[in-house]
Design a protein around this ligand. Sequence first.
Ligand SMILES: NC(=O)c1ccc[n+]([C@@H]2O[C@H](COP(=O)([O-])OP(=O)(O)OC[C@H]3O[C@@H](n4cnc5c(N)ncnc54)[C@H](OP(=O)(O)O)[C@@H]3O)[C@@H](O)[C@H]2O)c1
Length: 163
Amino acid sequence: MAITANGFIAKEDDDTGFISDVEWKGFLKKMKEVGSDIIGRRTYELALEDGWFPDKNAFHIVMSKKRMKSRWENVVFTDKSPREALRMMAERGFNEVLIGGGTLAASFMKQHLVDELILDVEPKVFGRGIGIFTGSDFDLDLELIGVKKLSKNEVQLHYRVLK
Ligand SMILES: NC(=O)c1ccc[n+]([C@@H]2O[C@H](COP(=O)([O-])OP(=O)(O)OC[C@H]3O[C@@H](n4cnc5c(N)ncnc54)[C@H](OP(=O)(O)O)[C@@H]3O)[C@@H](O)[C@H]2O)c1
């Protein structure tokens, strides 16, 4: 995920204008490589509005407690558990899955289902926003496995989640 230097993924009003083109291109490249993602219902709605969803190169699972029907072949909506969503991806042959949305990511972290964090830190801070992990509590240690400079002002931190 792209984050501000103080850990937000969007402003309170969902503005993500702080995310650079370099980061965005890197994300799309990663999405193409991995081929799948699991996102929260709010991220889905905003991505649909912004016009980048669904990605024809990927298979998507959207998580929501609401019952929703898909109009795309490469999109499944589910109200099942995070573990079950990962199992659904594995059944389709995806052993690597990107996770997005602050509430969604926190629910996966809480259940120790995240192996790695890739954080693209943008040169930005703001006081109020949507945190990278929102709404669930957990306490996990990380091992730094990579640092990459993305541009003059942006750095990518790659962590392994210790279990
Ligand atoms: N900077 C970045 O890289 C990045 C990446 C992704 C998203 N974003 C931004 O982050 C914001 C969205 O994040 P958010 O935290 O507000 O919302 P979110 O995580 O995208 O979506 C939250 C919703 O997803 C569903 N959900 C989440 N976890 C679930 C679970 N374990 N089981 C079932 N349903 C689950 C629930 O939907 P229901 O209420 O329907 O049950 C919940 O209300 C947007 O502004 C988006 O643009 C930024």
